[in-house]
Design a protein around this ligand. Structure first.
Ligand SMILES: Cc1ncc(COP(=O)(O)O)c(C=O)c1O
Length: 390
């Protein structure tokens, strides 16, 4: 049996270990100065006015949707080709989802489909509060076009940037290109705090609202109420807020990961380059979309079933049989019971999402993968393709 190649392994060193110990020994474990420092450092890195650390991107999306008024009676507009929580975060608020297909050649929401949906919406009472482009795998959506459309129809843009740190484009970092950006620091992401996320915005009002709703609807920051010389126990609850704060133990990991972000990105890019070089001439493969500033969270390789005697699922199983841990991103919402029941979604209404899903296999990609591991993945993909070529 060949060596098993893991799908994703977090890159954690002694710096993160020491940071966690520092916090554990400090006596202050929950949100405090470490997480606040992480917020400031993150805001500075991507050039955002405000950065709010949260316990997940899912929480961050919910707070962002709330901030733009996506509540019962309103909707957000996104694609079925994303993780469930892009949509579920709106459902938690009582808001609904409108779906637009992705582009033919990328996993990004199609500006043309967005325009059509917003045109319809403007005749149906303008229920859509925000477009939610998802920068799948770190490949940034067509933000220039989406911004022009959003302005025309007077809707907000909330970037689901869960995969897109650090995606740097000529317009700025992903997550700063719309009204609010939401990042994930889940265990497999480009930087991690085990679980966690960050919301960024340049809008003071949104920042204030999200800060209040992040912690029980409390009207002011209260981290320092036990540590200030003159403790202030008094606060008010002004709305039915949530509990979405990021504790210092995790904030401290985030600070160390942030310092390494560019190095981790370089390491991911090296593996991607190796994959791309090896796969570019294979007639049964299509390389992943590679737009400006791709953060390379995932390597989404597309197979061409018409060139093979096996399906995408069979191809994936053969890879797994040979020790290559893979995934399939993303199972579109129209294949999931909840979304099918709630919205009557059908695959034929989203031909691009359906086609991409039937072709895509996500290969292992993590910073400390060695060239030998990458070569084992490459050799296995190419030999399966050769053995099952039509
Ligand atoms: C596109 C997308 N959005 C949102 C999320 C939610 O992130 P989290 O696990 O931090 O809540 C994920 C998680 O993987 C995701 O892939």
């Amino acid at each position: 049996m060949p060596q098993k190649i893991n799908f994703s392994v977090a890159s954690i060193g002694k710096e993160e270990e020491e940071a966690v110990l520092r916090v554990l020994r400090s006596g202050w474990l929950t949100t405090g100065k470490e997480t606040m420092a992480f917020e400031n450092e993150f805001a500075q890195k991507i050039g955002a006015e405000h950065a709010l650390a949260v316990n997940s991107a899912t929480s961050g999306l919910m707070l962002a949707y709330d901030a733009v008024g996506a509540k019962e009676g309103y909707k957000i507009l996104t694609t079925p080709y994303t993780f469930a929580s892009t949509a579920l975060a709106a459902r938690h608020l009582g808001a609904h989802i409108e779906y637009a297909d992705i582009e033919k050649d990328s996993y990004s929401i199609s500006p043309k489909a967005v325009e059509q949906k917003l045109e319809q919406d403007s005749k149906n009472g303008r229920k859509i509060k925000a477009i939610v482009p998802v920068h799948i795998a770190g490949n940034v959506c067509n933000m220039k076009e989406l911004k022009a459309i959003a302005e025309h129809y007077d809707v907000k843009i909330i970037e689901d940037a869960a995969h897109a740190f650090p995606s740097k484009t000529a317009l700025g970092f992903a997550g700063t290109l719309g009204d609010i950006g939401v990042f994930s620091f889940y265990a497999t992401k480009t930087i991690t705090t085990a679980e966690g996320g960050m919301i960024t915005t340049n809008n003071d009002e949104y920042a204030k609202r999200m800060q209040v709703m992040r912690l029980h609807g409390i009207d002011r920051p209260i981290w320092d109420r036990y540590t200030k010389d003159k403790a202030s126990w008094e606060y008010d609850v002004v709305d039915a807020g949530y509990k979405c704060n990021l504790p210092d133990v995790l904030g401290a990991i985030g600070r160390e990961q942030l310092k390494k972000a560019d190095m981790l990105f370089e390491k991911r890019s090296r593996i991607v380059h190796r994959y791309n070089e090896a796969f570019k001439d294979a007639d049964f493969l299509t390389l992943p979309p590679d737009g400006e500033g791709n953060a390379w969270h995932l390597y989404l390789l597309r197979i061409k079933p018409e060139m093979l005697t096996i399906s995408r699922n069979e191809f994936g199983s053969l890879l797994q049989d040979q020790g290559i841990c893979i995934s399939m991103h993303f199972i579109p919402h129209f294949r999931m019971t909840y979304f099918k029941n709630e919205y009557g979604l059908k695959a034929e209404d989203f031909p691009n999402a359906q086609e991409h899903f039937e072709r895509t296999i996500t290969l292992p990609l993590w910073p400390d993968m060695t060239d030998e591991m990458a070569d084992q993945v490459i050799d296995t993909v190419l030999s399966i393709g050769k053995a099952h070529h039509a």
